[in-house]
Design a protein around this ligand. Sequence first.
Ligand code: PMV
Length: 359
Amino acid sequence: MSLFPNPLHYSESNCFYASWRCPSNIAIVKYWGKFGLQLPRNPSLSLTLDKAHTDTTVKVMPRQMTDSSVTVIVDGLKNENFKPKIMAFLKHIEAYLPWTASYDYEIHTHNTFPHGAGIASSASAFGALSLCLLSVEEQMLDNAYAEDEFLKKASFLARIGSGSASRSVYPIAAAWGKLEQLNASDEYAIPCGDRLHKIFHTFHDDILIVSKNEKSVSSTAGHQLMEGNPFASLRYEQAEQRMHDLIHCLALGDIEAFGTLCEEEALSLHALMMLSKPSYLLMEPNSIAIIQKIRNFRAETKLPVYFTLDAGPNIHLLYPDNIASKVREWVDHDLVHFCKDQFYLKDKVGQGPQIIPQI
Ligand code: PMV
């Protein structure tokens, strides 16, 4: 692929290697509810992150036994926990990358954000793995994809591992899920960084870690509960309308409209969880305390600081670069006490995935 010169990829004795870094992303309009093979009930749009990312090297070797062998190594240590999900993913993608059925895999991976920090890593992990597999395919078939086709197929594959991962392969921002206005698809995400006013290209996302605990209800279970949620169809209409509104304010650089929508979306997501049958709650007392602090700070200072949440208790603090020093001062003074171990990750909008040296 011409965009990435001198890829540090090589093959030896019928083995192929590829290494990619892929960022995580934060959804502004949230994907919540799915059907079929990880297809979304509603369109979503996210900002691509920078610091929160996964580095992955994949070694692909000709299969030794009838059954596939997959070894997963996280930070240099063999890890059995991720194996079932990766094996299921490899099985599913055989239909789209038929060569994968004839190989064994050694997957080395490292997250730049601390383990168990409560930051979801499936988006960056499946993004990185999909990019590596496509790079291997290019070497194996000695056939380079055009850049946009490469990323589209990476997004398609990543989606099968984790829906939100489909959006992680693009710089700045990406949209996933059918939406006429964007000519977008349920099967893969599309880049939309060039639709954003430049103020959003340098936006900050400080991730305030309220809890590092495993979620009591997984995202997979949460998506499934949408099937019986009495508000589901209203929600899907709302998400579509908010996509239109979001695209509009992102293009205009209207931070206030963006921030208002962002907070409404986060609260809608958590309201849907509370209204599920059975009901559940992922916010914690400190999540609420931080939300109140943000609202008070905004009212007092008139500074454009907004929040969003993923499916968990942690707060993403979103603000433009020109107020970064004032906001950081306030976070360090007023908000870190609500964070687990006083930890928060200073992240911002990022430039998307890149090829890296073997890890
Ligand atoms: O990709 P999943 O299955 O982990 O679902 C992610 C859902 C949210 O993070 C809550 C929203 C989103 O669009 O990323």
